[in-house]
Design a protein around this ligand. Structure first.
Ligand code: ADE
Length: 318
């Protein structure tokens, strides 16, 4: 299977590039496509550039030239649903262009004139894979399904966010997803858009965006890594795929948070197992010979506590 992975900015593809080693490179329409093996899949990675036109060109080339079977768009977005906060993840149910406005001719906001189709539905299997994969990386964030809005605008207005929520029932807003969704749908290619919230698209959006884009991109990367793994095992869902890194932890445990932060910083995907919410997880820790948490497990090896050097060794980073 050939999977197209698109990010709009350097930060959004940097970790994939690092992980892919030395992929083959092809430049087309000014966009570099990186083709290689990753997590058992043939992956074609690219940075589309920002905005719907860039995303459309990039997606059509992925389909025509690189013959991808599925497309995953990964990156950051501004939260629209007031219940979402920075760091939370939205998996697209569908995508709409919020800046298509032919309302003077009687069309609905977002409606592409003279066509029935302007809401682009994501693929059910990819939605499930993405959701399971996102839930496996950490229990500290919300992972929701929802409508993703796209427009050629960086949104930084509380009023606009409120209108997006009331008019479209959207979860978040960004600048590419609906273009990718439309091109994929027109070509019959399954897609999903996965976005980490870098800001709330309000008056502080520009500050939050700069501050949180790196962390949000790390989360998206860890998640897509899990998705690819699940696709490779043919598991159907990431939840049933064997995670390579498990962190036994609990809410409010400072060392647990330090371990997770260290893994996030390395872009390493991991599954969190909360020992307070499951006696089975508690038992597993005891069986490993430990009395407390955090315990980080890779295969048959484990490290207790936050020990940066021992963790690096466990993770094969030194
Ligand atoms: N991507 C991240 N935050 C965004 C925002 N507030 N508006 C548009 N795209 C974004």
């Amino acid at each position: 299977m050939r999977i197209g992975i698109i990010g709009a900015m350097d930060e959004e593809i940097a970790l994939y590039l690092e992980a892919m080693g030395e992929p083959a490179q092809t430049v087309k329409a000014g966009i570099t496509y990186y083709e290689g093996q990753y997590e058992g899949q043939t992956v074609v990675l690219c940075k589309s550039g920002v905005g719907k036109v860039n995303a459309s060109v990039c997606t059509q080339i992925l389909i025509d030239t690189f013959q991808v079977d599925k497309v995953i768009f990964t990156g950051v977005a501004g939260a629209v649903n007031p219940e979402l906060t920075i760091g939370d993840i939205v998996v697209s149910t569908d995508c709409v262009q919020h800046d298509v406005d032919v309302t003077p001719l009687g069309f609905a906001p977002g409606q592409i004139p003279y066509t029935e189709k302007w809401v682009w539905e994501a693929d059910a299997e990819l939605i499930q894979l993405a959701t399971d994969a996102a839930k496996a990386i950490t229990d500290e964030i919300q992972v929701v399904h929802g409508r993703i809005l796209s427009g050629d605008q960086f949104v930084a207005s509380r009023e606009k966010v409120q209108w997006f929520y009331e008019q479209f029932g959207a979860a978040c807003t960004e600048m590419e997803g609906a273009a990718v969704g439309q091109v994929c749908s027109m070509n019959g290619i399954p897609f999903v858009v996965v976005r980490s919230m870098s800001d709330k698209a309000d008056g502080s959006a520009h500050v939050n965006f700069l501050e949180f884009t790196k962390l949000a991109s790390q989360r998206s990367f860890a998640m897509v890594q899990n998705m690819l793994r699940a696709l490779s095992t043919g598991a159907g869902t990431a939840a049933t795929a064997a995670p390579s890194v498990i962190v036994y932890s609990a809410k409010g445990c400072i060392d647990c948070d330090l371990v997770k932060k260290a893994l996030d910083a390395e872009g390493i995907a991991y599954e969190v197992r909360d020992v307070m919410s499951s006696p089975e997880h508690q038992e597993a820790v005891e069986k490993l010979g430990f009395m407390g948490i955090p315990v980080t497990v890779v295969g048959d090896k484990a490290v207790k506590g936050y020990q940066p050097e021992a963790l690096k060794e466990l993770l094969g980073l030194k």
